[in-house]
Design a protein around this ligand. Structure first.
Ligand SMILES: Cc1cc2nc3c(=O)[nH]c(=O)nc-3n(C[C@H](O)[C@H](O)[C@H](O)COP(=O)(O)O)c2cc1C
Length: 337
């Protein structure tokens, strides 16, 4: 039963962040009462192997919706083929002052400048341990806002070490626009230093835990062709396992004139769709199947997901689509694929 059209007008009356947490809490309550098994459509599986992991289907949850891993089991009930939690940082942090989340329903878009609000990697791991979920779980890691950018590698290493065993794969987020200078890590020698340190640590951890946890790098849509090429060649050089394209954009051309157009932060949803697909296709050309490509950006229906797969993606992820289309979206996309 698709109840979202009934609930959505009420949720959209509330301020965006209140509505976000209320929705997740309701989802949790429905899960705890077993009501979600009645309300949610049957989960559709279409298993596929990517990065040596078996995904139940190609439609995953993108990072940022469940930053602390508080809602893993309830979200799993929506039928995702994978769930990515985080971004998590070594220490808890409050994120940016509110308001920091804006909905633009006329554009199926969101602007956020949350700033990695999260309860820290230790808390997130407790939540993972407490969950019953057995599917593919990505843990997305970042750096604390007050860690100098020159010491960012150490923050990623702390999170990698702690999350390695629990994660199916680890995403290295170097593309959020809401942590000062973070996206600098996508450039020049910075990315080289970071990838080489993380890859070396992955090898040590593999021996220690007798388990290989793939590393995935998440990039921005606002990269030019040379930058995409540079990143792609380093991803191959360091044998990184996958790439997520893309994070939110700082480009506002698609929402010119909107009352929120000048709000700082990352723009997601339909306005980022085309550029995200372009980045996926450039990556597919450069990588020639050597790395997995996970596409995110503006997927609102089956056709949008198909566009990303046709551009060369192995898997897709959704975030904004869930806010505008509701929890049946995974099922709807899967039916059409
Ligand atoms: C409110 C919000 C918070 C987000 N937080 C994160 C985050 O913590 N880490 C991350 O890698 N991406 C984050 N993202 C980006 C999404 O994971 C996704 O890459 C992006 O929104 C594009 O997909 P979409 O158009 O389906 O939303 C966030 C997006 C939104 C809307």
């Amino acid at each position: 039963m698709n109840y979202y059209p009934l609930v959505k007008p009420l949720l959209f009356q509330l301020d965006a962040e209140t509505s976000h947490y209320l929705t997740l809490k309701l989802l949790n309550i429905a899960h705890q009462c077993g009501l979600d098994r009645v309300l949610n459509p049957p989960i559709m599986t279409k298993p596929l192997m990517v990065m040596g992991l078996e995904f139940a289907n190609p439609v995953g949850l993108a990072a940022g919706l469940d930053k602390n891993g508080d809602y893993i089991d309830s979200l799993a009930g929506l039928g995702f083929g994978s769930i990515e939690i985080g971004t998590v940082t070594p220490r808890p942090q409050a994120g940016n002052p509110k308001p920091r989340l804006f909905r633009l329903p006329s554009h199926n878009a969101i602007i956020n400048r949350m700033g990695f609000n999260n309860q820290g990697v230790d808390y997130l791991l407790q939540q993972v341990t407490a969950s019953q979920y057995k599917g593919v779980l990505g843990i997305n890691i970042g750096k604390n806002f007050d860690t100098p950018i020159e010491q960012a590698t150490e923050d990623y290493l702390i999170c990698l070490r702690k999350a390695y065993q629990a994660a199916s794969y680890i995403t290295i987020n170097i593309s959020s626009p809401n942590t000062k200078n973070l996206r600098q890590l996508q450039q020049g020698d910075e990315i080289k230093k970071l990838l080489s340190a993380l890859k070396e640590e992955q090898q040590t951890l593999q021996q220690q835990h007798n388990k290989y946890t793939p590393l995935v790098v998440k990039i921005a849509p606002d990269l030019n062709d040379d930058e995409i090429q540079h990143i792609a060649s380093l991803l191959m050089e360091f044998s990184i396992d996958g790439v997520i394209a893309t994070n939110t954009t700082i480009d506002r051309s698609a929402i010119q004139g909107h009352v929120f157009a000048d709000e700082a932060g990352g723009l997601s949803g339909t306005p980022v769709k085309q550029q995200a697909t372009y980045v996926v296709s450039r990556l597919a050309d450069e990588l020639q199947g050597k790395l997995a490509i996970i596409a995110a950006g503006g997927i609102m229906n089956t056709a949008d997901a198909q566009e990303k797969l046709a551009a060369g993606a192995d898997l897709v992820q959704i975030y904004s689509g869930l806010i505008f289309k509701g929890p049946n979206l995974v099922h709807e996309i899967m039916q059409g694929l």
